[in-house]
Design a protein around this ligand. Structure first.
Ligand code: FE
Length: 388
C-alpha cells in the first residue's frame, strides 16, 4: 500500500495571507525568522488579520537559518506555556521547519530528539494544535512537505526529519511575500525547487500521483526562474507556485543523492542548500543515468530539448542546468565555490560516509557505496565528468 499526503487546504494568489482572518480558534503562536517579514510589513499584516479573527498571538522570533535542536526546544517551551491551538510559521524554510519540530515536542513533551531522527517515527499530532505554513521564499516547499531539516551543531549533522504527521494542515502560498527575495536567494531557492522536481521524478518511489506535479514544476521553473531572478513580478508568482508543486511531488516520491550530498556538505562547508544542489545536480544526473536514462529523457522531451537518442536528450538536460547555474552566477565545482583543497581532502571520506547514510539516499534511482560517493565528490570538486 502506498500513501499520498498533502495539506488539507492550499490558499494561493497575491494577498492570500488574508485567509488568516477567517481562522477559528483561541491562541496562535507565530514563528518567524530573522526579521525580513517584520521589515516588509507582513508580520503587522498577519497580526491584524489574526486580531480580526479574535485570536490571541504569541511570537516566536529570531529563528536562525539552519535552525538548531536548541532553538526547537526553546520554541516548544513557549508553546507549552502558551498552549496555542494554531501554530503559524511564516518566512523561509528555516522558521517553518523549526516550527514543525517544535510542534512535535509541544504535543509530546516526553519525546526526545533521538526518538524522531529516523523517518516515520514522529507520533500523531493535532491533539493540541493544527499547523499553517506561509513561505516567503520559493524553494523548500516545506509548506506542503513531510520534512523538516534541523541541525545538530555539536556533531555538525543536519537531520532531515520525515513523517506525514508534520505535513502542514494549511499552506498559504502568497507570492507577495516572495517578491522581496534578493536575486541570489531567488537563484538558490529556485535551483533547490528544480532539484526537488527532477529528483522526485526519477526517485524509486515516484508514482502516477507525483509525476504530473514534478513535470509541471520542471516546465514552469524552466520558463520562469531566470525571469524571476531578474525580478519580474509575474515570474516570481509563478515560481512560488512551481516550487510548491515540486514540493507536493517530492514529499511523496522522496528525493535522491543530490540532496544527500547537499545536506552533509551544507553542515560541514556551509554551502547554502539550494546552491549545493545546483552544483551537484548535473553530476548526479550523469551518475544516475545508468539506471534512469529514460526518466531523465522524458523530462528533456517535456522541455522540448534537442536530441534524437535518450543519451543526447539527457546531455541537453544537463547542459540546460549548467547554463542556468552560469546565468545566475552559481559555481560549477566545489573548488570554484571556494572550498579549500586540503580541507576537502581531509573531510571527503567523512562526508561521503554521511551522505550514504542520509535519508534521501534510499530513494535514489541508482544505489551506490561509499567509494562511489567519494568519487562523485571528487568529480564535483575538480569539475571532472562522472563517467562510471
Ligand atoms: Fe531541498
Amino acid at each position: 500500500m502506498m500513501r499520498f499526503t498533502l495539506p488539507r487546504d492550499i490558499y494561493y494568489g497575491k494577498g492570500s495571507l488574508e485567509q488568516l482572518k477567517n481562522l477559528k480558534g483561541k491562541r496562535a503562536v507565530l514563528a518567524l525568522g530573522g526579521g525580513s517579514m517584520k521589515k516588509f510589513g507582513f508580520v503587522d499584516k498577519a497580526l491584524e488579520y489574526l486580531k480580526e479573527a479574535g485570536i490571541e498571538v504569541r511570537l516566536i522570533e529570531g529563528i536562525e537559518p539552519d535552525p538548531s535542536v536548541e532553538t526547537v526546544f526553546k520554541g516548544a517551551e513557549v508553546m507549552k506555556e502558551f498552549q496555542p491551538d494554531w501554530i503559524i510559521a511564516m518566512g523561509g524554510g528555516s522558521p517553518i521547519d523549526a516550527a514543525k519540530a517544535m510542534w512535535v515536542f509541544y504535543e509530546h513533551p516526553e519525546t526526545t530528539f533521538d526518538d524522531i531522527k529516523d523517518p516515520f517515527t514522529i507520533p500523531p499530532l493535532r491533539n493540541k494544535a493544527t499547523f499553517i505554513a506561509i513561505p516567503s521564499t520559493s524553494g523548500t516547499a516545506t509548506e506542503v512537505t513531510a520534512f523538516s531539516v534541523i541541525t545538530d551543531y555539536k556533531t555538525e549533522i543536519k537531520y532531515p526529519l520525515a513523517d506525514f504527521n508534520i505535513t502542514p494542515d494549511v499552506a498559504i502560498v502568497d507570492s507577495e511575500l516572495a517578491e522581496t527575495m534578493p536575486a541570489k536567494l531567488t537563484a538558490h531557492t529556485g535551483m533547490d525547487a528544480l532539484t526537488h522536481a527532477i529528483e522526485a521524478y526519477v526517485a524509486t518511489l515516484h508514482s502516477p500521483f507525483t509525476d504530473p506535479l514534478a513535470l509541471q514544476a520542471i516546465e514552469m521553473i524552466d520558463e520562469y526562474l531566470l525571469k524571476s531572478y531578474d525580478g519580474d513580478s509575474e515570474a516570481r508568482e509563478q515560481m512560488h507556485y512551481s516550487q510548491c508543486l515540486a514540493g507536493m511531488a517530492f514529499s511523496n516520491a522522496l528525493l535522491g543523492i543530490t540532496h544527500s550530498m547537499a545536506h552533509k556538505t551544507g553542515a560541514v562547508f556551509h554551502i547554502p542548500h539550494g546552491c549545493a544542489n545546483a552544483i551537484y545536480l548535473p553530476y548526479i544526473i550523469d551518475f544516475n543515468k545508468k539506471d534512469a536514462l529514460d526518466r531523465y529523457a522524458k523530462i528533456a522531451k517535456r522541455l522540448g530539448l534537442s536530441g534524437t537518442t535518450d543519451d543526447e536528450l539527457v546531455d541537453s538536460l544537463t547542459s540546460l542546468i549548467k547554463e542556468l547555474n552560469k546565468k545566475m552566477s552559481i559555481p560549477s565545482t566545489l573548488k570554484e565555490y571556494g572550498i579549500d583543497e586540503e580541507e576537502f581532502k581531509a573531510k571527503v571520506d567523512m562526508i561521503s560516509e554521511r551522505a550514504i547514510a542520509d535519508a534521501c539516499t534510499g530513494s535514489n534511482p541508482r544505489q551506490l557505496n561509499k567509494d562511489e560517493m567519494k568519487k562523485i565528490f571528487e568529480c564535483v570538486y575538480y569539475g571532472n565528468k562522472v563517467d562510471f
